[in-house]
Design a protein around this ligand. Structure first.
Ligand code: 76R
Length: 246
């Protein structure tokens, strides 16, 4: 007999867009070209800030640590169309001429209704579905699946059992209140994994601690499968000149 599916509440659409800077062509560009690229880029950020101030979306920008990418944008918008609009406008910009595509991930903010929480008309639920992203110092982003192997097939586990396992999981999560802010985005039908996990922290060590501790929760130990991890440090608009100075 099929296990009962879980109802989800879905919020803003989400794009994680990761780019690598071609520093060689950046350095060989004229200072006028670089200046106009930076100017236009900052104008785009200002435009996105206006959207965020109106609470019609949100975004953050991080510097990726390591060689997987240099920049990570995370955009949230009410429609998927707006995500392609952002991407296209950015791709046409001068600054994008100096960037290589490193990675991208498409998903939608998701809350699953395993518990009695998350009444749709509760303003706190709406805030979680349409979150203004924190501008904390560090970010970790990775995709994950729930396994479908033999005995450890999440999708054939009884609803009540899944709810219990996620309740245990949420108890671990709550220990990190104030230190970690997590956003779960669902990517079934959109991208190569089932969920995107985005974690924000003031202290990068908290990212390691929560992910490690959760591995011991039954739900992660038995069912968790993880993709590539990206970790980064916040890049504020005011620090862009210094970051791009060559
Ligand atoms: O939505 C809620 O807050 C209710 C409880 C809860 C659910 C249903 C919850 C709480 N999570 C839920 C669902 Mn979570 N979460 C992850 C990861 O690295 C790992 O091992 C896993 C990645 C982290 C770090 C994390 C953190 N969670 C989910 C789901 C969907 C499952 C499904 O629908 O089948 C995934 C993929 C997932 C993964 N989770 C919390 C946290 C934290 C910090 C909390 C507590 C939040 C709070 O109560 O403030």
């Amino acid at each position: 007999m099929a296990a009962e599916a879980v109802e989800t509440l879905d919020g803003w659409y989400c794009l994680h867009d990761l780019r690598t800077i071609d520093w060689t062509s950046w350095k060989y560009a004229s200072s006028e070209e670089r200046e106009s690229a930076i100017h236009e880029f900052k104008n785009l950020l200002t435009k996105w800030e206006a959207v965020e101030n109106e609470e019609n979306g949100s975004h953050v920008l991080y510097k990726v640590v390591g060689q997987k990418a240099d920049l990570m944008f995370m955009f949230l918008r009410p429609t998927m169309d707006e995500l392609t609009d952002i991407e296209t406008e950015f791709n046409k910009s001068k600054f994008a001429e100096f960037l290589l595509h490193a990675h991208s991930y498409v998903s939608v903010v998701e809350l699953s209704k395993y518990g009695p929480q998350h009444a749709e008309d509760d303003p706190r639920t709406q805030e979680r579905l349409k979150p203004i992203l924190p501008k904390w110092e560090h970010i970790s982003f990775y995709p994950m699946n729930k396994s479908r192997d033999g005995e450890d097939n999440w999708y054939s586990v009884d609803f009540k059992e899944r709810a219990k396992l996620l309740y245990e999981h949420s108890k671990t999560g709550r220990k990190y209140a104030g230190n970690i802010k997590q956003i779960i985005t669902g990517s079934f039908g959109f991208d190569d994994w089932e969920w995107g996990v985005t974690l924000f922290a003031h202290d990068p060590l908290q990212l390691k601690k929560i992910v490690y501790e959760m591995r011991f929760d039954e739900v992660s130990a038995r069912f968790g499968e993880f993709g590539e991890f990206f970790v980064g440090n916040h890049l504020a608009k005011d620090d862009i000149d210094a970051y791009l100075h060559v």
